[in-house]
Design a protein around this ligand. Structure first.
Ligand code: BT5
Length: 325
């Protein structure tokens, strides 16, 4: 019912709509309309009420809200099916359940907070209230090798969204940490659901430290939040919609065979390029100059003229004060 009232008010483009027309359209009493308007105000909708003129939608909430997010969407497929929860253990884990239920390409799962969000290799991903924690189910028209590049695409999509909306120069630290001056603002976790070599569904998990204080995260983490960087709270619905739009563009580009373009875009946002770095892999440490990535996303390190590539590992950059040669 609330969604229907919002649809009616939303169609008015900011003009008033009488309580009577709403009650007639939805076949409910005017008192019931008033009650629903109160509930909408409680969840953050700014709705003006005037005697004789009725109701007018002034502003949708900036905290996560299904209707407000759908209104911001400019995509063809991504986010057209979306499920928002107050709390989940992990949106990626719920995403896997959704895959088993046969949900469509582009389905998005969001949670206002996660109790056991995770990163790569089952690391903990801290996910307090105010962040953007979402997973996108993708059934791309790609072979497995190309589909694996979608985590790079997601990094590019995030950078573009941050630049477009906030003009923030956030870069990508290999493989897919989104960082501002060495502090992590967002992370990406790409997982494959289903059996290998069959039709694959990918779950792209995106975590953005958005509208909460740095103190809400463990003090030892080199991390920051958008609120901390910008000095204001961002509109999470607008941010989610922009990320989905940029991601959809990147998925299409890859499906059309633009792996080289993806590599160029990723490289243009990479931090530490041409600088000395340390790569740690399986207990071993490699020092060299970060040359860039191969088309498959592997990191290329120049060790005194000899090139080594890495498909996994941790990178430490000198610019982050993590590494002093
Ligand atoms: C990542 O892993 O960066 C992937 C993060 C993906 C999170 C999203 S949220 C929606 C979806 N549902 C999930 O359960 N996950 C995805 P990795 O590169 O392995 O980095 C993990 C490391 O980042 C941890 O070991 C901590 O050191 C650090 N960390 C944990 N929480 C953080 C936070 N909120 N901000 C910055 N750093 C954090």
């Amino acid at each position: 019912m609330r969604e229907k009232i919002l649809d009616l008010l939303g169609n008015q483009q900011g003009e008033f709509l009488s309580g009577e027309s709403i009650s007639l359209s939805l076949n409910i009493t005017r008192a019931a309309v008033w009650k629903q308007i109160q509930v909408l105000r409680e969840v953050g909708y700014e709705i003006e009420a005037q005697t004789k003129r009725g109701y007018r939608l002034v502003k949708a909430p900036t905290s996560l809200d299904e209707w407000a997010l759908k209104r911001e969407l400019r995509t063809a497929a991504l986010g057209r099916q979306l499920c928002l929860f107050d709390e989940l253990s992990s949106t990626n884990d719920s995403g896997k359940d959704f895959v088993r239920q046969g949900r469509d390409h582009g389905t998005v799962v969001l949670a206002k907070r996660q109790t056991t969000g995770h990163g790569r290799m089952q690391r903990v991903w801290e996910s307090p209230l105010g962040g953007l924690w979402m997973s996108v189910l993708l059934k791309p028209k790609l072979n497995l090798a190309d589909a694996a590049k979608l985590t790079l695409s997601t990094g590019v999509a995030l950078v573009k969204a941050f630049r477009t909306l906030y003009d923030l120069k956030i870069g990508i630290k290999w493989p897919n940490d989104l960082v501002y001056e060495g502090k992590k603002v967002a992370g990406i976790l790409g997982e494959v659901a289903g059996e290998w070599n069959t039709v694959q569904t990918l779950i792209l998990g995106i975590g953005v430290n958005a509208n909460f204080a740095r103190q809400d995260l463990s003090p030892e983490l080199p991390a920051t939040t958008l609120r901390e960087l910008l000095g204001y709270e961002v509109n999470l619905n607008q941010l989610a919609a922009m990320i989905l739009l940029e991601l959809e563009r990147e998925v299409l580009a890859l499906e059309q065979g633009d792996a080289q373009g993806l590599r160029e875009r990723w490289t243009s946002y990479a931090v530490g390029l041409g600088s000395p770095v340390i790569v740690e892999r399986a207990g071993e440490t490699f020092t060299g100059i970060f040359q860039g990535i191969q088309e498959n996303g592997e990191l290329v390190l120049d060790q005194e003229g000899k090139e080594i590539s890495f498909s996994s590992g941790e990178v430490k950059l000198r610019s982050e004060g993590q590494y002093c040669p």
